[in-house]
Ligand binder design. Structure first.
Ligand code: NAD
Length: 469
């Protein structure tokens, strides 16, 4: 079996020092994460600032080559990274989980290496010749969450490095070791101080966002923290990309074949055991197919194994932390008091471990109940019956978040017409949550602003410079 000891030795705090990090499946301590002080963060930002001009001056070709070499380094350590991620985050090795996440890191690095952002000719009419060029912003602060810690770190750092920025990464305090290990591996291929990881608590995140020498903040996390980062940007005028929480709705139209969509619906909702920003979090199903859809989802749930992520059979894992476990438990208990019907699950799976909660399908529930209105970020899905599609569209749009959404039905044109009326950054048809390194991704309303991925993602970590004349 691949050992993660070497990676842990490279990044852990000395014995007796740092913050103990627990395996959410077993409660075991897997290592100690260094806890940086604000002074250490300041020193890291100064180093990143000093390294930036030379990194930008290398030019696009050399930086692309470095990103490809960094992807090679990730591939060479993929199994170790996946195992460390599984132990720290809880997600299984198999399924759309730890090995998949490490693979996505390499794919995003390579795609960013291959992207081209050429100067645009704006006006060329004989009198005026104006071009729009893009250059690096400077030093980018990358602040991430605990659900997809490696992939989201790469989503932030790959385009930023590609454009010639240097980057200071602040991982979530729940999953620092795997991100520190990833950055250490990436740094096998990058020049000194182009990419620095600083592990610490919320105080370190707050300082990074408000630091006068940070030019851009890439943030993925909760809407509440996003608001604080916006406030701090009044001080340092940092540009922001904010990927915040969501409460994605899915609408299943009449005539849909429930068994044909059940697998995709299930994974749209329960990828990473529901701990995914753009997961399906409220499902609106037409009365004519409601019972079949609930039944088909329950069949998939029964056949999908949950447990310790290092067991090759499992594809669902624990909640990553007690706080998230308590949110899911509270929302399901509250739904019960409102008369909702528990189809599968419905109470903690303590036989598997303290932080396990089973796939919980909650039927006969309505808008206004907290499980529908609040982001559960876990394995509990409310399934709401509707009779008029106009009501389902109004329900999808009634909340103040808008990251993703989906429409499911046999008629693609009809589904697309409805999709055009959903207020979210992405609407999928007959699928939910798939992302692609060339397709911009971002939210509207309380889900944040700015997009990541593709050429638009490069522009988001660049500043325009017009050459006129
Ligand atoms: P969180 O906001 O609690 O923490 C995210 C990060 O922000 C952590 O690294 C934390 O240390 C840091 N932080 C805390 N206070 C800060 C401050 N004042 N200034 C700067 N940084 C600070 O979020 P979380 O609980 O880790 O993640 C879960 C949330 O993230 C969910 O709401 C989920 O929907 C959202 N999320 C969104 C996306 C997306 O792409 N839109 C992706 C994943 C998660």
């Amino acid at each position: 079996m691949t050992d993660v000891r070497d990676l842990l030795d490279r990044v852990s705090a000395p014995d007796g020092d740092g913050r103990p990090i627990h395996d959410p499946a077993t409660g075991e301590v897997i290592g100690n994460a260094p806890e940086a002080t604000v002074a250490e963060l300041d020193a890291a930002i100064a180093r990143a600032r000093a390294a930036q001009p030379a990194w930008e001056a290398l030019g696009h070709e050399a930086r692309s080559a470095a990103l490809n070499a960094a992807a090679d380094a990730v591939d060479a350590r993929a199994e170790e990274l996946a195992r460390l991620l599984s132990r720290e985050q809880g997600k299984p090795l198999n399924g759309p989980n730890a090995r998949f996440e490490v693979g996505a890191c390499s794919a995003w690095l390579r795609t960013n290496a291959a992207l081209r952002l050429e100067p645009e000719v704006l006006v060329d009419d004989g009198e005026t010749h104006a071009e729009l060029h893009y250059r690096a912003v400077g030093v980018v602060g990358a602040i991430g969450p605990w659900n997809w810690p490696l992939m989201i770190a790469v989503w932030q750092l790959a385009p930023a490095l590609r454009m010639g920025n240097t980057v200071v990464v602040k991982p979530s305090e729940y999953t620092p070791l795997s991100v520190l290990a990833l950055v250490d591996v990436l740094n096998e291929a990058l020049p000194a101080d182009a990419l620095i990881a600083v592990s610490g608590g919320r105080d370190v995140g707050a300082r990074l966002a408000s630091h006068p020498d940070i030019d851009k903040v890439m943030f993925t996390g909760s809407t509440a923290t996003g608001r604080r980062i916006i406030e701090s940007s009044a001080g340092n005028l940092a540009r922001l990309t904010l990927e915040l929480g969501g409460n994605d709705a899915g609408i299943v139209l009449p005539g849909t074949d429930a068994t044909a969509i059940a697998q995709d619906l299930f994974w749209g909702a329960f990828i990473n055991t529901g701990q995914t920003c753009a997961a399906l979090k409220r499902l609106y199903v037409h009365d004519s197919v409601y019972d079949e859809v609930v039944e088909a989802l329950a069949e998939v749930a029964k056949a999908t194994p949950m447990g310790n992520g290092l067991d090759e059979d499992n594809v669902l894992g624990p909640l990553q932390n007690r706080q998230q476990f308590d949110i899911v438990n509270r929302l399901v208990e509250d739904a019960k008091t409102h008369g909702a019907r528990i189809v599968t699950g419905g109470s903690p799976a303590t036989e598997l471990g303290e932080l396990f909660y089973p796939i919980t399908l909650v039927a006969d529930i309505a808008d206004g109940v907290a499980l529908v209105d609040e982001e559960q970020f876990g394995p509990a899905l409310p399934i709401i019956r509707y009779t008029d599609v106009e009501d389902a569209i109004a329900s999808a749009n009634r909340l103040d978040v808008g990251l993703g959404g989906s429409v499911w039905g046999p008629d693609r044109d009809e589904a697309r017409r409805i999709a055009a009326r959903i207020e979210s950054g992405t609407v999928w048809i007959n699928s939910h949550g798939g992302v692609h390194p060339m397709i911009p991704f971002g939210g509207v309303k309380g889900s944040g602003y700015g997009v990541e991925f593709g050429v638009e993602g490069l522009k988001a970590v660049a500043v325009p410079r017009v050459i006129n004349g």
